[in-house]
Write a protein that binds this ligand. Sequence first.
Ligand SMILES: *Cc1c(COP(=O)(O)O)cnc(C)c1O
Length: 439
Amino acid sequence: MKGIDKFKTAEMDLEFDRRHIWHPYTSLLHPLKVYAVRSAAGVRLKLESGQELIDGMSSWWAAIHGYNHPQLNAAAKHQIDQMSHVMFGGLTHAPAIDLCQKLVSISPEGLEKVFLCDSGSVAVEVAMKMAIQYQHSKGNTNKKKFLTLSKGYHGDTNAAMSVCDPVSGMHHLFQDFMPKHAFMDAPKMGYDYQLRQEDQQLIAQFFAKNAAEAVAFILEPIVQGAGGMRVYAPNYLRLIKQYCIQYDLLFIADEIATGFGRTGRMFACEHAAVQPDIMCVGKGLTGGYLTMAATLCTANVAHTIGRGAAGVLMHGPTFMANPLACAVASASIDLLLRSNWEQKIKDIEQKLTLYLAAANSLDRVKEVRIIGAIAVVETHKAVHVEKAQAFFVARGVWLRPFRNLLYIMPPYIIDAVDLQQLCQAIVSAVQLAELFKND
Ligand SMILES: *Cc1c(COP(=O)(O)O)cnc(C)c1O
């Protein structure tokens, strides 16, 4: 095999990739084109071809400070010389303690207990197990359901998938293997949408019908991400939280996409001044360096679980509190807090609004939605992903649309010139019929 390496070409590598390596939501029978990246720095991805692309994705909400950041690199290098990992059963370490102190200090009031997880989906699994154990501890063993919103996204593991939107989450594929939960109609879109009487009635009826057998309501506050990039009003959130209190259900905020400033507030719950009982964070937590997430909860939740039959929270992953990830996450939170991030996100929001204004009047565009450092152009027809990607790469930008959604969520360090180029690429793309599917 060694001999072959010498002759190995970039094309052979890509051929191996096509034949043997699964990418997210892809087929090995009909793999989509992928681009090989050599390195990344700031807001630039450098391809193996030598071409540089402006990154408009933050690697799925994660790389909030951009790539190859000197302070995050330094934190990782420092930590790797101490230890990369030790088990968390019976041991603890400064990187975990520092990180959890920071998480508690920036999180909404009341969230003071932290469970460190390996990924966002796991954080959601842990949140759901916390809620079940909490209700069991209180003797509510008849409660067997979660309440959630349609068009939500909470991850790809089984329990997390069971509370994702049934249609876009393809629940029919897994229906025999998945618990059935209760889905409320997705909130009407618009941050400034004024709830009507029918909206309030719908929520009231939903709780009246389902709350008795429910352990918790789980949702993405203010922005529903991968389920449709939908922005909704703080009043919805407030009302749902009120009903959770009334019916004694836990309120779980999945802030994995929205956390760490992305929507203009540190956590999206703050738009409505609601305090979750349980909150999941991930994605931006390590500044996009390593996989790590966390599930925070109140003292009430933690102590009630502790008084239950098991007496312990039944979860403990091998790589729990990985010191390397903790050290980078701590450094990333420090960077954020020292960065005048609120002003930065406000500037990005204004510029996205300005540069995407031209999209509003285009025939193919259904709606433009902007909040914080997130911009979404929803089109009437579905995007042809492979063709659109090729178009964007040719324009020097990295954007990856899905379904009928073209969106930008850049690293917070992006400047106006790069932001404009990303927006212009989208405005140009929606004018090209060949980038859209016909049915
Ligand atoms: C991405 C995401 C998850 C899942 O996180 P992974 O790290 O991909 O497992 C869960 N909830 C929300 C809101 C997300 O955006």
